[in-house]
Unconditional design. Structure first.
Length: 610
């Protein structure tokens, strides 16, 4: 008999998470002989083997069966009550499905099963899982059907995740999950409605269907009286679908109000959904009855609706008449980053500065202002309302000329002693500005100490009239800036304006690691001779034809790993002998990487940022 292994060693040998790198079936027989004598070894081997096989094709099953038959059969037959000698090609698959769902084995009473992202395309009919507590089947995109009796023998199941699968419905047997507390059905694109049996899940606390575009909410959801978290996405074109089922409203009257223990609610809708404009007032009336509600994600077509929400502090609101653009100038990944923020306020298509928006700004850490038609300074929303912002995104506000007016902020302080004197933007970490036709500066007037002191990321895209980015006084506060992107700003000739002849002995932007300068047709200097970015690791320069030389003050970093640019630009650079030593030029040549014109620029830039 081979040397016995303990359970930890067996786990190490049969770690099915590593199957992407090593195929354990190559040496399965040798290893299995070593663990089959250990009391918990046999079930562990079966668990690992079945996890790998579950959902695979018949050829792989037959190959695995051949290897399993090399193990002494006595213990296998004793535990499973089947003989592998009797198996033929017709029942190999069913037998292995049984093995995969045999948590009632004496030594292996499974409480959790992880088969997520495992290429499953079907599930067993009626697995016997009396002790199973958590079942994770998410990201099996080929899984289209749940067997009608799948859940009949899972009385202890508390967590079920079927997110990002291709299922079209849930079986009636889901009513048998009497212990279920958390159900995840995120991103199930083919699932349009929940069965009425959903109302039998009396202990459920979390129901998450975010990204699953339902035609309506089943009225039986109102029976889930212990529900604390509800996340749903409602499809905006389901009126005819509902009429065929004689269902009047997507959210039945009284449904939300009946969930009196609800603490978190998220309702996603299509921004072009006119039906929601009529529904939202009824939803708001019911929300006022939910005294425990602490977290709310909602689209509010009219600003005035904000007045009705006073108790919720952790919110994600999109406010304003929202019509989805055919082509958005905002990259998808940037908007996704905004949505990840702890709470946020997105204000769209505004024409004035509502007091409701100003009040909400005081309570949010992320602000997204898109297509405001009148605002000339972000300060008009009240500098004192933005001192706690960590994330700020400004898109297509064509009247905006500057971000912060320091003169206005100082005047407010001097005339009103009650105004909080905390530095504006003292908490800001991310500033993204996209497609601002009339933006001319980032900051005007005096800069208070501590303003922008926590800023880590700054991006300026498509600002054709921007003439000034950094003054030396503004640079003095940007000690934590780590990444800077400037793209398609046609009037920028230097990142640092030359309003002062005084040169600071200390370098500016001491934490800057990455800088991207793209399509800056008038750029002639990076820092106007100032000592700049001593910790710079990567710099990308693309389509900057007027930048004919680089200064040692601009590339003083000892950490520089990559300079990316076009080979034609690099070969035409002028290196002044009085400034650059031969050793420095040799080093620069070694870290230069060509950006190829015939390849997708964004793909190359993405690789360079890793």
């Amino acid at each position: 008999m081979a040397e016995e292994l303990n359970r930890e060693e067996s786990l190490q040998l049969f770690n099915w998470h590593a199957f992407g790198d090593i195929n354990p079936l190559e040496n399965y027989a040798d290893l299995a002989n070593g663990i089959v004598s250990y009391a918990s070894g046999l079930p562990l081997a079966l668990e690992v083997l079945s996890s790998y096989l579950f959902g695979r094709n018949m050829v792989e099953w037959k190959s695995a069966l051949d290897k399993l038959q090399q193990i002494p059969h006595e213990k296998i037959q004793e535990k499973l009550g089947i003989s592998f000698d009797a198996l033929d090609d017709d029942n190999i698959k069913d037998s292995f499905l049984d093995i995969a769902w045999q948590p009632a084995l004496a030594e292996w009473d499974a409480k959790e099963i992880y088969l997520n992202n495992n290429h499953l395309f079907e599930l067993p009919e009626k697995p016997n899982c009396p002790s199973l507590v958590a079942l994770f089947l998410q990201e099996n995109y080929d899984l289209m059907e749940i067997p009608s009796s799948l859940f009949e023998c899972m009385p202890m199941l508390q967590v079920l995740d079927l997110s990002h699968t291709s299922i079209k419905s849930l079986p009636a047997s889901i009513s048998g999950l009497v212990s279920l507390q958390e159900l995840f059905l995120r991103g199930c694109e083919l699932l349009m409605e929940l069965p009425p049996e959903i109302g039998a899940l009396s202990k459920i606390q979390v129901l998450d269907l975010e990204g699953t575009e339902l035609m309506y909410l089943s009225k039986e959801i109102s029976e889930l009286r212990k529900l604390e978290c509800l996340k749903v996405s409602l499809y905006g074109c389901g009126k005819r679908y509902r009429e065929g089922k004689q269902i009047c409203k997507r959210i039945p009257a009284g449904l939300l109000a009946s969930l009196y223990l609800l603490k978190a609610l998220s309702i996603d809708v299509n921004p072009d959904d006119d039906e929601w404009v009529a529904d939202v007032k009824d939803v708001m009336d019911e929300l006022l009855k939910l005294k425990r509600l602490m977290t709310l994600k909602l689209y509010l077509p009219k600003v005035g609706l904000l007045k009705e929400i006073t108790s919720v502090r952790n919110f994600k609101f999109t406010v304003g008449h929202h019509k989805r653009c055919i082509i958005s100038c905002l990259p998808h990944e940037v908007e996704e980053e905004f949505k990840k923020q702890e709470n946020y306020l997105k204000y769209i298509n505004g024409k004035y500065i509502p007091i409701e928006i100003q009040n909400a700004l005081k309570c949010t850490c992320a602000f997204f202002l898109e297509r405001h038609w009148a605002v000339k300074k972000l300060s008009e929303f009240g500098n004192e309302n933005m001192v706690e912002l960590k994330f700020c995104l400004l898109v297509e506000c064509n009247e905006l000329q500057t971000i912060i007016d320091g003169v206005e902020f100082r005047c407010r302080r001097s005339t009103c002693e009650s105004v909080d004197k905390t530095p504006v933007f003292q908490s800001l970490e991310y500033l993204g500005i996209h497609c601002m036709m009339n933006l001319r500066s980032i900051w005007e007037g005096p800069i208070g100490k501590g303003c922008l002191s926590k800023l880590k990321y700054m991006a300026l895209h498509s600002c054709p009239n921007l003439t000034s980015i950094f003054t030396t006084s503004l640079l003095g506060d940007l000690d934590n800036l780590e990444e800077l992107i400037i793209e398609d700003c046609l009037q920028i000739n230097s990142l640092v304006s030359q309003e002062s002849l005084c040169f600071e002995p200390n370098p500016f932007l001491p934490s800057l690691k990455k800088i991207s300068l793209l399509d800056l047709t008038e750029l002639v200097s990076i820092s106007s001779g100032h000592l700049f970015a001593p910790k710079l690791e990567r710099i990308i320069i693309y389509a900057c034809p007027m930048l004919e030389s680089l200064s040692p003050m601009e590339l003083s970093s000892n950490y520089l790993k990559v300079i990316k640019g076009e080979i034609e630009w690099w070969n035409s650079l002028k290196w002044l002998e009085s400034e650059w030593s031969s050793r420095q030029k040799y080093y620069m040549a070694n870290v230069f990487v060509e950006l190829k014109r015939d390849a997708r620029l964004m793909d190359q830039l993405a690789k360079s940022r890793k």
